[in-house]
Design a protein around this ligand. Structure first.
Ligand SMILES: Nc1ncnc2c1ncn2[C@@H]1O[C@H](COP(=O)(O)OP(=O)(O)O)[C@@H](O)[C@H]1O
Ligand SMILES: [Mg+2]
Length: 328
């Protein structure tokens, strides 16, 4: 069993007088110690909803989340933001976890487990050093830092709790490209150095590609493919993964222009019948319109939910599949 184990998780948003929106529909995911798992998909796929359910900020309608074999409990209103200290979350906007009116060292001290408060200032200096900031940065306020530095403080804040898993939701997406790479590298070093599990969520596959050991690709509430990063990148098995890779600008050996992806992620309140990706899929055929493919293991460590990819393999390279008329 993985350190963080997500099993068949479904998350729904309730709406008055209408059926709930099922933004996450039966997701499986695992993160081990020292492992970096990327979660990618376009905006609106359900990544943040899943992240919030994992850390206990949203209740799961069904399924389970366990950390080291223990259930992560959903929170009631007004409860502390993270259910379990050993599961910490970093957001796109560091202000979401930092208080603008308190000095940094005090906020880091707040995160330190109570039995370890003796030398809060020393501990905060240690944490700031661990994230590449000067130890005396603790005397300042969050607004005195750049966006990248603030994100480092948010990371230090998460580390203060001595977590075993960090869920980073678009944690570098608001930063400029070079700062993105630096903060991403910091997260990689911390995961490797401290044996932390890292679930790194991004709409940008090109960022995830350089840091994750494995990647799960999410589409309209489902994981449509999961694979070791290199394998996914060199031979995607799901047409949606292929489309995401093709959408990365300035890509690869063929140096073809990104084809992009026609259309938009659908509405989880009214998902398409059959395969949820079929309205946008260049390979969709009749079966895809009516039957929803389950995620199955194609080869060890590779799963996909696509009628083109039979359980047990062999994997079918998509560049050998002739595109069909796009159905809608
Ligand atoms: N509070 C909410 N109430 C109803 N629907 C929501 C709410 N938050 C998000 N959604 C819907 O859930 C889906 C997934 O959203 P989200 O988890 O934010 O995706 P992502 O993080 O991948 O962009 C979207 O269709 C979004 O409109
Ligand atoms: Mg999001």
């Amino acid at each position: 069993m993985a350190l963080l184990e997500v099993r068949e998780v479904t998350v729904e948003y309730r709406r008055p007088r209408r059926p709930p929106v099922r933004a996450v529909a039966g997701v499986d995911l695992g993160v081990d110690r020292g492992q970096i798992v990327g979660l990618v998909g376009e905006s609106g796929c359900g990544k943040s909803t899943l992240a919030r359910a994992i850390v206990g900020l949203l209740p799961c309608a069904s399924g389970s989340v366990t950390l080291d074999g223990r259930a992560v409990r959903p929170l009631g209103r007004g409860a502390r933001p993270v259910a379990d200290r050993s599961l910490q979350m970093i957001f796109q906007d560091p202000y979401a976890s930092l208080n603008p009116r308190r000095r940094v060292w005090r906020q880091l001290a707040d995160g330190v487990p109570r039995d370890d408060r003796r030398d809060a200032r020393d501990r905060s200096a240690e944490l700031l050093t661990a994230v590449g900031l000067s130890p005396d940065a603790g005397d300042r306020y969050p607004h005195e830092f750049s966006g990248g530095q603030r994100q480092r403080i948010a990371i230090a804040r998460a580390l203060a709790a001595e977590p075993s898993v960090i869920v980073a939701d678009e944690a570098v997406s608001a930063l400029d490209a070079s700062t993105q790479a630096q903060v991403a590298n910091l997260l990689v070093d911390l995961a490797r150095g401290r044996g932390l599990g890292l679930l790194f969520i991004s709409h940008d596959l090109s960022v995830v590609r350089h840091m994750a050991d494995s990647v799960s690709v999410m589409y309209l509430g489902r994981i449509v493919e999961s694979a070791p990063t290199g394998a996914l990148w060199s031979q995607p098995l799901h047409p949606y993964s292929e489309a995401l890779i093709q959408a990365v600008p300035g890509l690869g050996p063929g140096a073809q222009p990104p084809t992009g992806l026609p259309g938009e992620v659908g509405d989880p309140a009214r998902p398409p019948a059959g395969c949820r990706f079929h309205p946008r899929c260049p390979y969709s055929h009749e079966r895809c319109l009516v039957e929803d493919p389950a995620a199955v293991t194609i080869v060890p460590r590779r799963r996909a939910a696509c009628w083109l990819q039979p359980a047990g393999g062999p994997p079918r390279p998509l560049d050998e599949v002739a595109p069909a008329e796009v159905s809608s």
